[in-house]
Design a binder for this molecule. Sequence first.
Ligand code: FA5
Length: 345
Amino acid sequence: MRERLQELKSEALEKIKHSSNLKELNDLRVSYLGKKGPITEVLRGMGKLSAEERPKIGALANAIRESISEVITEKRSELEKAAVQKKLEAETIDVTLPGRPVKRGSRHPLTKMIEEVEDLFIGMGYKVAEGPEVEIDYYNFEALNLPKGHPARDMQDSFYITEDLLMRTHTSPVQARTMEKHKGKGPVKIICPGKVYRRDNDDATHSHQFTQIEGLVVDENITMADLKGTLEVFAKKIFGEDREIRLRPSFFPFTEPSVEMDISCKICGGEGCRVCKQTGWIEILGAGMVHPNVLRMAGFDPEKYTGFAFGMGPERIAMLKYGIDDIRHFYTNDIRFLQQFSVQE
Ligand code: FA5
């Protein structure tokens, strides 16, 4: 019996030594120290022993149980430590790895263009004004010397909501609204950026919804030379000294005389292309001296005050500045197009 117990001990110690995980170790504990284990089995035969032998074998069995238990405890802590170590190694953070770049958005190129023009004019003492996109016929047309039935209304095909209400076709109604607020007293010096809507067919340079920036200056002794000088400063600052501009006589019912300003086409360098419709020039704004009727209707005395106004298309300006060949790029939000403008600001 003694030998059998010693045998069991060395067998158990050997298995414990080679156990490779906590589950295996626990199974060994249950099998050697449990009630159904081989040690208990051996002890069942104690009845056959002499009274003298019995306590000795009992004491030996207990000592063996204890030493197996101790070895299991030691092995458990060893396995636990190894498991923690393994986990730590698997989860090591390499602080020298470069970080993943964070994708940054950027302001829309059109927003940037508008802000650039705004900054330029604010620097020249202009205030920024606003007006509604849903406009009444009076401000969009009548107050601008375009009475009902005037043929020039056809120049701007309109989206009507009711007979008297429409999506504004230009930012010029803000001229009339601003002058009214000044109650006949100058100076007025504003720019007004905003969205406008027209029933135009979309193509490389036309969109049915686009933006305009209106400018208006009303004061005593304002002349065409002031308008020309202002537009020249604008063109040189935005496009650079080397770009050519030209003023062409034009017609707008709310200005007299009227002009349109063209810039030499950047895409083809003036040779003629799809964007400039083979002319080498792109029209970017309309302008002129405020018509006396417009001044009068808004409460200004045309004998005392004169003024100039202009309305430009920031999409066309951005196209010329950055060499963008289709206005629709601004509205289709293709990330590849927009990313070209995501320079760190
Ligand atoms: C006007 O809208 C006048 N209100 C401008 C003006 C203001 C003249 C003050 C005199 C005094 P016009 O229809 O030409 O004018 O448009 C002005 C600018 O808007 C054009 O030069 C062009 O740059 C831009 N534009 C016009 N139609 C479109 C369109 N469909 N898509 C994109 N840009 C356009």
